[in-house]
Design a protein around this ligand. Structure first.
Ligand code: HEC
Length: 173
């Protein structure tokens, strides 16, 4: 009995190894992941984000100055992939970057901070922590949390207002 079980386990491992080396799984970004792989990936991702963001102290995110500074970083670093009110996200990625207005309210501020600071492996979501201070990243968090209620007109207005005060932020990105 124990022996049969052992042989079965060996066959399962052998099958997995053959599958990995066979090239059968299509990693093309044009083809969606199977449902199982999508579930595993999303569950690993969200469990990891939840655990790693434990204990992060959230500062006050109310200040309009903080939101404006966050906007400038968002405009430089995030719009190309995640879009903005009036601009669709990029479609060439798999998994695709979501429109943040649709998902920010599902995440806690500490989780948003952790994701933006550290990025997400194997998705195209880059880290920002190596070139940006925590204060700057909290600005991005504060700005993204305003996205769900922001119209394309309001976004355009922030853009033209930022254009009138150039030179305050130059981080090379
Ligand atoms: C090169 C493209 C790219 C850039 C630039 C980028 N992201 Fe992402 N982002 C992604 C991708 C791809 C994902 C992964 C989506 C997934 O896992 O379903 C992602 C995921 C996220 C998530 C988690 C969403 C979720 O539900 O999993 C947040 C929050 C986020 N990005 C915010 C930002 C912010 C803020 C910036 C700018 C500082 C930024 N991203 C810059 C591509 C990008």
């Amino acid at each position: 009995m124990i022996r049969a079980f052992f042989i079965l386990i060996c066959f399962i491992i052998l099958g997995a190894v053959i599958f990995v080396y066979s090239g059968t799984y299509n990693i093309a970004a044009t083809v969606p992941h199977s449902e199982i792989i999508t579930w595993v990936f999303n569950t690993v991702k969200m469990s990891s984000v939840r655990k790693h963001s434990e204990g992060i102290k959230v500062p006050s995110l109310e200040s309009d100055t903080l939101v404006r500074e966050g906007f400038e970083h968002y405009e430089n670093m995030c719009v190309g992939c995640h879009g903005a009110p009036g601009t669709d996200p990029a479609k060439e990625f798999n998994p695709a970057p979501p429109a943040l207005a649709d998902i920010v309210l599902e995440l806690r501020p500490a989780e948003l901070f952790w994701i933006i600071k550290n990025g997400i492996k194997m998705t195209g979501m880059p880290e920002s922590g190596s070139a940006h201070s925590d204060d700057e990243i909290w600005g991005i968090v504060a700005f993204t949390m305003r996205l769900p209620e922001m119209s394309p007109e309001q976004y355009k207005m922030m853009k033209s207002e930022a254009g009138k005060n150039p030179g305050r932020h130059h981080h090379g990105d």
